[in-house]
Structures are given as structure tokens and as C-alpha cells.
Design a protein around this ligand. Structure first.
Ligand SMILES: O=C[C@H](O)[C@H](O)[C@H](O)COP(=O)(O)O
Length: 236
């Protein structure tokens, strides 16, 4: 089975969690977009929900799907966020931000009573870190911030190269908030909580892609005999 088929299976399962009247956080990325598309079908069939998109890309996808949207300022308490992830470990700790949306994703997840992650089985790891950790920083003082981030990474027992993310045109990638992203190729993060604490202490760091204590459940689609098999983790 292709990763796309597995992502779609996880997204379809997540649509089943949505109830009439829910206030939803809508994640970002290829898996979350599949969820938005499938949710749109339900909305067009009469389901009443309202969503807060976690990126401009998701806003466009949700508008195209006909999902009514709101903002966190209008609707600061959400019932459920459905979002993808780049990695998930057995404690439901995540790496997110491969698509650059980590800041809004984390704000929306934190405003939600439940966050259910939808992933294909390849995203499951025992130890986070194989996927480069995105760290969102302000452009001002980039070199000083990068040096401080490198020191924070060392202090948490990690090591690896830091690179400024580039867009398809080769220019530095800018997030929806106008920030830069440093991708940290750490390979292994033995103590994600310690690294998270060290990173947030660096002036210039806006947010990082470690999501700890936010996901309440996960829907993992794995391939089994050519069919998707759904595995749920936590409360999903
Ligand atoms: O910034 C992007 C998000 O954190 C995505 O949820 C994450 O990168 C996973 O994306 P995808 O579903 O495309 O693998």
C-alpha cells in the first residue's frame, strides 16, 4: 500500500470522531488535508461543525471543501483537533513542523480538549529524532540565535547539524508568521522534555516542533496483507 492510501485510511477513521456541533482544529500537511477533504463531504451532506485552520494552506483547503471557519479569537475553546505528524513515539510525543505550520498547530492543539494525530505506520518511532526537528526562529539575530540553539541542543544531550530551511525557489522558507525555520538533524532525542525546555529558553526561538503532552490519541494506519489496518493509541 502506498503512504497516501494509508494516510487516507487514517483520515477516514478520524472523520468518524467528529460529531455534530463540534468546534474543530484543522491540522496541516498531506494527511490533514485528506481529513479536511473527507470532512468537507460530511459537511456538504449536512454535518454542522466549525473549524480553525492551522495554516493558510489549510484555510484554503477548508474553504474549498465548504467547511465553515472561525478563528481562535472568536472560538478559543475547541473540542477536537485532528492533525498529522512527522513522528510519534509510544508516549504520544510528536515531532511536527515538516510543513512549517508548527506554531499555529501548537497553539490550536493547546486550545483543544482533544488532539488526535493521524499518521501512516512509517511515522511511528521508539525514539524521536530521525525526522529533523523544526525550530521556528525570528529572522533578527539569526546567527546569534543559531549559536544559542546549538548550545541548547548540546545541553540536552543531542548533536547534529542545523540548517536554515529553504523554499522551492532556494530562498529561506518563511512561515505563515513570517519566521524562519532551523531544521535540526539530531537522529536521536533521548530526552525530548529536556530539549524542549532548553529550546524555549533561547531568545529568538518562537516555537519548536516537539509536541509533548498535547496529543490525547493517535490513529495509525499500517499496511497488513495489502489492506490498511487501523491501530489506535491513547484515546482515539
Ligand atoms: O507543519 C506541518 C505539520 O506538522 C504536518 O502535520 C506534518 O509535517 C505531517 O505532514 P504530512 O501529513 O504531510 O506527513
Amino acid at each position: 500500500m502506498s503512504p497516501a492510501e494509508l494516510k487516507r485510511a487514517a483520515a477516514a477513521q478520524a472523520v468518524g470522531l467528529v460529531e455534530d456541533g463540534m468546534r474543530l482544529g484543522l491540522g496541516t500537511g498531506s494527511t490533514a488535508t485528506l481529513f479536511v477533504d473527507l470532512l468537507g463531504e460530511k459537511v456538504r451532506a449536512g454535518l454542522k461543525v466549525v473549524g480553525v485552520p492551522t495554516s493558510e494552506a489549510t484555510r484554503r483547503a477548508a474553504e474549498a471543501a465548504g467547511i465553515p471557519l472561525t478563528t481562535l479569537d472568536e472560538t478559543p475553546d475547541l473540542d477536537l483537533t485532528i492533525d498529522g505528524a512527522d513522528e510519534i513515539d509510544p508516549q504520544l510525543r510528536l515531532i511536527k513542523g515538516g510543513g512549517g505550520a508548527l506554531l499555529r498547530e501548537k497553539i490550536v492543539a493547546a486550545a483543544s480538549r482533544r488532539m488526535v494525530v493521524i499518521v501512516d505506520g512509517a511515522k511511528r518511532v521508539d525514539t524521536l529524532g530521525r525526522f529533523p526537528l523544526p525550530i521556528e526562529v525570528v529572522p533578527f539575530g539569526l546567527v546569534a540565535t543559531t549559536l544559542a540553539v546549538a548550545a541548547a541542543i548540546r545541553s540536552a544531550g543531542c548533536a547534529g547539524p542545523l540548517s536554515v530551511r529553504k523554499g522551492a525557489d532556494g530562498a529561506p522558507y518563511l512561515t505563515d508568521g513570517g519566521h524562519l525555520i532551523l531544521d535540526a538533524g539530531l537522529t536521536r532525542i533521548p530526552d525530548p522534555e529536556a530539549l524542549a525546555r532548553a529550546l524555549v529558553a533561547v531568545p529568538g526561538v518562537v516555537e519548536h516542533g516537539l509536541f509533548i503532552g498535547l496529543a490525547t490519541g493517535a490513529i495509525v494506519a499500517e499496511a497488513a496483507d495489502g489492506q490498511p489496518r487501523i491501530v489506535t493509541l491513547g484515546a482515539a
